[in-house]
Ligand binder design. Structure first.
Ligand SMILES: C[S@@+](CC[C@H](N)C(=O)[O-])C[C@H]1O[C@@H](n2cnc3c(N)ncnc32)[C@H](O)[C@@H]1O
Length: 271
């Protein structure tokens, strides 16, 4: 089935409904900041947020650092710029980009979930590695792993703002446990001005074991530190990955190529 990703294109206007910038995102970013400051070998001043979406993490991190956001979606970047007018944003594919500069720290939040093959997964992390200073730190958080995946799990959340109410029904399903991906199918019930519209969306997402996360990151040249993180009833492992070895990474096409998910759980607190 076709990957539509409407939440990042024509339905991106719904994004502000999910996750409170100053609550859920702020809580997560407190942990991100603590890990960056703890693990980086030099004081963290510059941060690259890869797959920054609507810029809610950027908003929390830019209080402490000079933050650059990167995302493949122009619609999401437009929101990120509105929320963070003073920050720099770049439209690029996380599997294959070159900014010709390095950062003290990189955040790769749930956008990594969209890497639906091992090749893409590894290429995205190689790009992150290539954009870190030696001793710099990448923070990334596995969302769904083989260990935590629940076949045919369906979750429903409701978000409200003013006269807009959206019921978000999300189903995850793995049609082929032998490959590295699973499917997320979403139905949106959008009620606005007394009118109901029903929209659908479909995403192909990556599914890897925790051991694969560890081995890919280690092979690229990171030293990986794992710490527990809980948000409400959901528990995650946050990975602080330090660029310990200097290894030039090829940036030509193919060399640095190339969920729901946490953001849905951030929706529980709707207005
Ligand atoms: C679930 S959103 C998360 C956004 C942000 N990290 C947050 O937590 O609010 C996933 C984001 O990943 C972006 N994305 C997906 N594939 C990408 C790619 N290949 N390169 C860059 N961004 C990508 C999407 O455009 C979307 O904005």
């Amino acid at each position: 089935m076709k990957d539509t990703r409407r939440l990042y294109t024509d339905l991106a206007w719904l994004w502000p409904l999910w996750g409170e910038v100053d609550v859920d995102y702020a809580h997560y970013c407190d942990r991100v900041r603590a890990l960056m400051d703890q693990h980086a070998s030099a004081p963290v001043k510059t941060v690259l947020d890869i797959g920054c979406g609507g810029g809610k993490n950027v908003h929390n991190l830019e209080r402490a650092y000079k933050v650059t956001g990167l995302d493949i979606s122009a619609a999401m970047l437009a929101q990120a710029r509105t929320l963070n007018p003073e920050c720099e944003f770049i439209e690029a594919d996380m599997r294959d980009f070159s900014l010709n500069r390095n950062f003290d720290a990189v955040l790769m939040d749930d956008a990594i979930s969209y890497m639906s093959s091992l090749a893409d997964f590894e290429a995205a992390f190689r790009c992150a590695y290539a954009h870190l200073k030696p001793g710099g730190v990448l923070i990334t958080t596995p969302d769904v792993t083989i260990e935590s995946f629940e076949q045919n799990r369906t979750q429903t959340t409701t978000a409200r703002r003013d006269d807009l109410e959206v019921v978000f029904i999300e189903n995850i399903f793995d049609p082929d446990p032998g490959d590295e991906s699973f499917e997320t199918t979403v139905v949106y019930l959008i009620r606005q001005h007394g009118q109901l519209s029903i929209e659908t969306d479909h995403w192909t997402m990556g599914l890897f074991s925790m051991d694969t996360w560890r081995s890919v990151l280690t092979r690229i040249g990171f030293t990986v530190f794992e710490t527990p993180y809980a948000l409400g009833e959901d528990a995650y492992t946050v990975l602080a990955c330090v660029k310990t070895r200097f290894r030039p990474v090829s940036l030509h096409r193919g060399g640095c190529r190339r969920a729901v998910s946490r953001f849905v759980r951030r929706t529980m607190d709707s207005r």
